[in-house]
Write a protein that binds this ligand. Structure first.
Ligand code: NAP
Length: 306
């Protein structure tokens, strides 16, 4: 792969930032990886893990002379970061992010983007429940979608350069508006996380089921909810605070459908239950056919850990 950029600045070196560092290095996408992290602990780990060529304790110094700046911080932190780096951004640089919500990032970042800098928001639909600089790996983005939400004013050549970057990371790229992104992700990602957090919290609160029983009998469904609910609390707090309307819209629909299921159970309406479960099973088959999930039993887990 040809080198696409000179200096790339990673602002935030958690799961996504460190995964980008790994793949940028492996694919030789940039000649220099500059990193910034909020805590001294993460900065030290980034150096020890060999993720960066230079580490900086302010984001403004990290972005100096960078051709590509990627904000890999919780959604709620993007505005402050953009304000802090604004004056240091190189003319013609591409400024992007990886946040799970897009309209709020545009709202918070755009006012700080100087003339001549290309701001193109992005979101790789790739992740795990792990966080921090040691959790990243180079293949995280392989065969995953990365959604870019260019603005009507975005420079087409810059959008193409960013698309090429994500292709080099192994991703497929799709373009859409920030608002459409937020609606789609509300149902495919944000609502499932909310349900997982709530399911685990309800189980943990049950007085008649002791904690040890919840853990002991956690095979199957509940354990998969606990995996999702182990995701980073700061990141997910920011997702719900910043995609409020789309999540509330989807939650409303979900509650109505749940009431219909509740009624079917109450009235012994097996046909309704069977039909819905059959439709749901078809959705999973389609996801597997699209290469976005493994068909192996139990998500391909090692039988020892089932
Ligand atoms: P992470 O592992 O928790 O890392 C977050 C990074 O942001 C850390 O380097 C942290 O610094 C830094 N940070 C946190 N608060 C900050 C603040 N107020 N100012 C400056 N830096 C701050 O998180 P992640 O999973 O990489 O997520 C990063 C972004 O990617 C989020 O916007 C998230 O929505 C998005 N995303 C996540 C996933 C996923 O599955 N995890 C998938 C796609 C997109 P310290 O380590 O020094 O605290």
């Amino acid at each position: 792969m040809n080198q696409q950029f000179g200096r790339v600045a990673l602002i935030g070196i958690g799961l996504i930032g460190s995964s980008l560092a790994h793949v940028i290095r492996r694919e030789k996408i940039a000649s220099h990886i500059a990193g910034y992290a909020k805590s001294a602990e993460t900065r030290k780990a980034a150096v020890q893990l060999g993720l960066v060529d230079s580490i900086h304790d302010t984001a403004a110094v990290a972005v100096k002379d960078a051709d590509l700046v990627i904000m890999c911080v919780p959604v709620g932190a993007c505005g402050e970061i953009a304000k802090g780096i604004s004056a240091a951004l190189k003319p013609d640089a591409i400024l992007t992010d990886v946040g799970s919500v897009k309209a709020a990032v545009v709202r918070d970042v755009l006012p700080h983007v100087p003339q001549g800098v290309h701001f193109i928001p992005g979101h790789p639909i790739a992740g795990t429940e792990q966080s921090g600089p040691a959790s990243g790996f180079a293949d995280l983005f392989v065969k995953r979608w990365c959604i870019l939400t260019p603005l009507p004013t975005s420079d087409l050549a810059a959008v193409t350069r960013l698309e090429k970057f994500w292709h080099a990371c192994g991703s497929e790229v799709e373009l859409m508006t920030p608002e459409h992104h937020d609606l789609v992700l509300a149902i495919t990602s944000h609502l499932p996380h909310l349900i997982a957090y709530n399911t685990v919290a309800t189980a943990a609160d049950l007085e008649e089921v002791t904690d040890s029983e919840v853990i002991k009998y956690s095979a199957g469904g509940f354990r998969d909810f606990t995996r999702i609910a182990a995701s980073d609390p700061t990141m997910w707090r920011d997702v719900f605070l910043n995609n409020r309307e789309a999540v509330l819209e989807m939650l409303g629909r979900f509650s109505e459908d749940l009431s219909a299921l509740q009624r079917a159970i109450r009235w012994g309406d097996g046909e309704t239950l069977f039909n819905l479960f059959t439709r749901a099973r078809e959705v999973r088959r389609n996801i597997i056919a699209a290469g976005q999930e493994t068909a192996a039993p139990d998500f391909g887990r090692d039988p020892k850990h089932r």
